[in-house]
Write a protein that binds this ligand. Structure first.
Ligand code: DGT
Length: 138
């Protein structure tokens, strides 16, 4: 019998940095991973360019008009049946002040405190890449 093909979900996330802080959003009740602090972003729709997907997600979730910069790194994670491919982008500029349109709350977190946060497992695994990317963003 042929093995069932794995299901992959591509996800984009934005690194939004201000001075020595980065923006995190608390995932709302009712969604998978409720209560953990994620980097704003979401799933790429079929046919959508990854950077366009992130610009759309940041408008929907935070109400900002973001300039999506370069791809900093990528990682994968398996949640049981579901596999995600996570693409992290730098957000060098944005217009508007991030507002809570989707998350339970938003917070600017000191980069040095990132490892103390309750992060999705996929992000915790990639913490050294996240910290390096944030460092490179100046
Ligand atoms: P659901 O409940 O499976 O329908 O998921 P959604 O629609 O709430 O999830 P969405 O659109 O935020 O997709 C992101 C997926 O990637 C979700 O399974 C959580 C996972 N993920 C892991 N780390 C991060 C992160 O830093 N940011 C975001 N946005 N998602 C992350």
């Amino acid at each position: 019998m042929r093995k069932k093909r794995a299901q992959w979900i591509p996800v984009v996330a934005g690194l939004i940095k201000k001075n020595d802080e980065v923006l995190l959003g608390k995932r709302p009740e009712g969604l998978s991973l409720a209560g953990v602090w994620e980097f704003p972003g979401g799933k790429i729709e079929p046919g959508e360019h990854p950077q366009s997907a992130l610009k759309r997600e940041l408008a929907e979730e935070l109400g900002i008009n973001a300039t999506v910069g370069s791809l900093k790194f990528s990682t994968t994670h398996s949640y049981g049946e579901t596999n995600i491919l996570l693409l992290f982008y730098a957000i060098p500029f944005w217009q508007g002040e991030p507002r809570t349109k989707h998350h339970e709350s938003l917070k600017w977190t000191k980069i040095s405190d990132l490892e103390k946060q309750e992060l999705p497992e996929a992000n915790r695994k990639a913490l050294s890449d996240i910290l390096q990317a944030l460092n490179e963003m100046g």
